[in-house]
Design a protein around this ligand. Sequence first.
Ligand code: CA
Length: 229
Amino acid sequence: MTTNTILLVEDEPDIRDMLNFALTRAAFQVWEAESAEDAMHKLDGLLPSLVIIDWMLPGMSGVELARRLRKDDHTRHLPIIMLTARGEESDKLKSFDSGVDDYIVKPFSPRELIARVKALLRRSGAPDDGVLEAGPISMNLAAHQVTVQGEVVKMGPTEFRLLEMFMSNPDRAFDRSQLLDRVWGRSVYVEERTVDVHVLRLRKALKPYGVHTAVQTVRGVGYRFTPPR
Ligand code: CA
């Protein structure tokens, strides 16, 4: 069994110690960074399983750090949990836009953090065998193949990436610009309507297998994937 390593980016020594203690006790290996700059330096040579970033850091902010990690090929897929203080909650969406996978509002219990870390590790993409599962749907990332109860589902490359993103982030609503960022990338200019076109194609591909309703429209927001039973 491999040990999951967590990079902890927090400038306050007390909180850092407390989190390090809790994570170590939960059998994680912990690396510490006191600032965003320090974290970037450490990430130069190493790639942890997950990174926990405090929003308020001296120098570069946690949000900016998250944004940079998402832009860099080396760290693009790194699961990120952001620690925020109460009152910053209204900025939630901003943090999701920066590519954060989850956030926890201070004060929180170490137990809550451990639970979130484990949940995020479980659902964040590429598990060891490169297979994503959601009910009867199975995605083999290495083989670039989707099956439903063993039957191969044909779909285009964009639909595949879209489904991969959905299955890596179940039960979470994404607006169109977030989907554009994650599936098409920031550098490509695509109209938001394009997202709807590909969601429709994805549903059409899944329909013969009865699992198309997993891709749901969230009124006024965008889309969400709910794993079928
Ligand atoms: Ca701080």
